[in-house]
Design a protein around this ligand. Structure first.
Ligand code: BGC
Length: 339
């Protein structure tokens, strides 16, 4: 079944149609990405077509096929599972469609012109550094107890965040300064399908029941995003009587910012989706102009088939100390939303 595809009355516009393929409306940020992309593309004379895929790769494939059939000249894709899209990406490329990997890298394909994202390895490293500092891993005797929650295994960002976090936490795990009572450390065993909040809650319920039911302490939870952090917090509230562990996240979703202010979640990462959308529209315009210099000067990331030119947008670490200041000052939230 197809999710509704929103289409601006594009026939009269002088610029091309741009298909926007986003994973789902479930994670709050994609709703904002969709709105900003739509607004910025329309303002520059493009005709956007927007589709959400309910985190279903097959559904996203059908949406992509429809967009190519309907004459989109550009595709902006945050893939649910890029490997499912591969044959059709090749078909799109052969037809001259230009493809932008939006926030998630399209891997194993030549059919990608540019990758626009945040540096996910560094985001993972930032989460690791945050926990290192807060737990004082370098100096305190420890050991400290942590559980790890990864994003969807088909999302390339998951592996990058994992590598980044492990570049800091790995040596403490090796030296047993940091311990995982469940023993679940490998990415395969911590990955949560679709980055699902309820999936994270259920896994945390299981861990608490099995490993923390007799007063054992949990010091930290590495959660790769805010949605999962909410599921983890719900589980802890219901089943963990001890002091809340340090919980990480990213996206600065509103419920999480409120939770940070209430002292429950420890941090999030502010990734300004307005910037990402804006950059995307600029890149589309540069592709249209054929500005080869711009793309030649960009650094690249390998996707196993080619080195893809990349634009990374800046991000900020947000905690209870700075969050109102950062997010309100950036105009991302109104002060009354944070009450
Ligand atoms: C994005 C995150 C998002 C997650 C779940 C990742 O690819 O980078 O911002 O929370 O997907 O949708």
């Amino acid at each position: 079944m197809l999710t509704t595809i929103l289409c601006s009355c594009g026939d009269g516009t002088q610029k091309g149609r741009v298909g926007i393929l986003l994973p789902s409306t479930e994670t709050a940020r994609w709703n904002l990405d969709g709105q900003y992309l739509w607004k910025d593309l329309s303002a520059r004379g493009y005709a956007p077509v927007l589709a959400y895929a309910n985190d279903n790769a097959e559904q996203q494939l059908t949406q992509l096929q429809e967009m190519v059939k309907d004459g989109c000249s550009y595709l902006v894709i945050a893939a649910v599972d890029s490997k499912v899209l591969l044959p059709d990406l090749a078909i799109a490329k052969a037809k001259g469609v230009r493809v932008i990997a939006y926030d998630r890298l399209l891997t194993d394909t030549e059919a990608v012109d540019c990758f626009i994202s945040f540096d996910n390895y560094r985001i993972g490293r930032q989460m690791g550094l945050f926990l290192e500092e807060k737990l004082q891993l370098g100096t305190a005797p420890g050991p400290f107890y942590i559980e790890l929650f990864g994003g969807d295994p088909a999302d390339n960002n998951t592996a990058l965040i994992y590598q980044g976090a492990m570049s800091v936490l790995g040596s403490y795990l090796d030296r047993k300064k940091l311990l995982v009572r469940s023993g679940e450390k490998a990415l395969e065993s911590i990955a949560i399908k679709n980055w699902s909040e309820s999936g994270a809650r259920e896994r945390m319920n299981g861990l608490l029941k099995k490993f923390y039911s007799e007063g054992e302490i949990l010091d930290a939870v590495l959660s790769m995003n805010d949605g999962m952090a909410m599921g983890i917090q719900a589980s802890l509230t219901a089943h963990y009587p001890g002091r809340f562990p340090l919980i990480t996240g990213q996206d600065c979703a509103l419920p999480n910012i409120r939770s940070i202010l209430a002292g429950k979640q420890a941090m999030s990462i502010f990734k300004d989706t307005r910037m990402l959308a804006n950059k995307t529209v600029k890149v589309i315009e540069l592709l249209e102009k054929g500005d080869h210099d711009f793309f030649r000067d960009l650094s690249t990331v390998p996707n196993r088939r080619r080195d893809v030119p990349v634009c990374f947008c800046p991000y900020l670490l947000v905690t209870a100390e700075n969050c109102s200041n950062v997010l309100v000052k950036a105009g991302y939230y109104q002060p009354e939303q944070l009450q």
